[in-house]
Design a protein around this ligand. Structure first.
Ligand SMILES: [Mg+2]
Length: 300
C-alpha cells in the first residue's frame, strides 16, 4: 500500500494520500487554462514601429554623471545596442534613435511571430537591453551599479501607409532637433554663462529656433550648425547596400517562401551601419529603395 506523501511548503505541512499524478489525463484536465491567453495580432500589411525608451534615464544619467547636454559614450552605447537588435532581427528595415529612445521599423510584410504584439515588443526590448547592459563596460569606465540598472519599456504602433511612417520618423527627427537646440542653449547659458537654471529656463521661454541660434552665437560664439551631426540629427541604423539614383519600382506579387528565405539570408549578411543625417528629405529614401521594398539592395 502507498504511504501518504508529506509536502513541506513554507509553514504549511500537508499530507496527500495520493501520489502526484502527472499522467496525460491530468494534463488534459488543466489544459483549458490556455484559453485565457489572449494574443493581439498587429494589423496585417501595416508598418510596425516598436519604440523603446529608457526608464528613469533622468535619474540614471545623473547617477552615472552623463555629460550635458549630450553624452557621446551613452549615445554610442545606444547605437551599439540598436545595431545588435537590427542584426538579430532581419525583419527590421531601419531604426532611428535619439537620446534614450530608439524606434525599430518592421517592414509591413513581416510575419515575424505571426505579428503577435507581445512577442514582437518583448523581443525587441530584451534584445536591446541585453546588448546595452553587456556592452556597458566598453563605453564607460564606471561599472554598472545593481541599484541603478538600465531598463527600457517598449510599445508597438502600426502605421497603415508609407506616408504615415515617414511622418512618424520626421516627427522624431524634428523632436531631436528642437530638444537638442534647446538643451545646447540651456547648458551654454548655465555652464558658460554661469546662469542659474531657473533664469536660463525663464530666458528661453517663448523663444523660437532663430532666437536660440542668436543667443548661442552672440553670447558664446557657438555656431549651432557646427555641432556634431549625431547630436543634431540623431542616429539612423540600417543595412548598407549600394546607393541608387532613382526610386525603385513598387514590389509586385507576394514572395514565395524560397524567395523570402533568400532575401532574409541576404539581409542577415549585410553590414549594419549607423549614420547621422537628414531623413526628412526624400533623397535619403530614394537612394535607399530597399527600405521601402524590403528587398535587399545591391551589395557595396
Ligand atoms: Mg526615457
Amino acid at each position: 500500500m502507498d504511504k501518504p506523501t508529506t509536502f513541506q511548503h513554507g509553514k504549511f505541512k500537508a499530507s496527500a494520500v495520493h501520489r502526484l499524478d502527472f499522467s496525460e489525463l491530468t494534463l488534459t484536465r488543466y489544459e483549458y487554462v490556455k484559453n485565457f491567453e489572449m494574443s493581439e495580432i498587429l494589423l496585417p500589411n501595416t508598418w510596425i514601429v516598436v519604440r523603446i525608451d529608457g526608464r528613469g534615464f533622468h535619474k540614471l544619467s545623473a547617477h552615472y554623471a552623463f555629460s550635458k547636454p549630450n553624452d557621446r559614450c551613452a549615445l554610442d552605447l545606444m547605437n551599439y545596442a540598436a545595431t545588435h537588435t537590427v542584426q538579430s532581427l532581419s525583419d527590421v528595415t531601419i531604426a532611428y534613435g535619439v537620446s534614450d529612445e530608439f524606434s525599430f521599423v518592421f517592414h509591413k510584410a513581416t510575419t515575424l511571430f505571426e505579428r503577435r504584439r507581445e512577442k514582437i515588443v518583448s523581443t525587441v526590448v530584451s534584445t536591446f537591453t541585453a546588448a546595452y547592459v553587456l556592452a556597458w563596460g566598453r563605453f564607460f569606465n564606471q561599472p554598472l551599479d545593481t541599484n541603478m540598472l538600465p531598463t527600457f519599456d517598449g510599445r508597438a504602433v502600426c502605421y497603415p501607409s508609407w506616408e504615415n511612417l515617414r511622418d512618424y520618423l520626421n516627427w522624431r527627427q524634428v523632436d531631436c532637433h528642437i530638444n537638442n537646440l534647446y538643451n545646447t542653449t540651456f547648458w551654454a547659458l548655465v555652464r558658460k554663462g554661469e546662469m542659474a537654471a531657473t533664469d536660463a529656463e525663464e530666458l528661453l521661454k517663448g523663444t523660437v529656433s532663430g532666437d536660440k541660434n542668436e543667443i548661442l552665437w552672440s553670447r558664446f560664439g557657438i555656431n549651432y550648425n557646427n555641432e556634431p551631426d549625431m547630436f543634431k540629427k540623431g542616429s539612423v541604423v540600417l543595412r548598407e547596400y549600394a546607393l541608387e539614383d532613382f526610386p525603385a519600382p513598387e514590389p509586385g506579387e507576394p514572395l514565395s517562401k524560397t524567395q523570402a528565405d533568400k532575401q532574409r539570408k541576404a539581409r542577415q549578411k549585410a553590414k549594419v551601419i549607423t549614420l547621422h543625417l537628414d531623413i526628412i528629405k526624400d533623397d535619403f529614401w530614394f537612394q535607399r529603395p530597399w527600405l521601402k521594398t524590403g528587398k535587399p539592395g545591391k551589395s557595396v
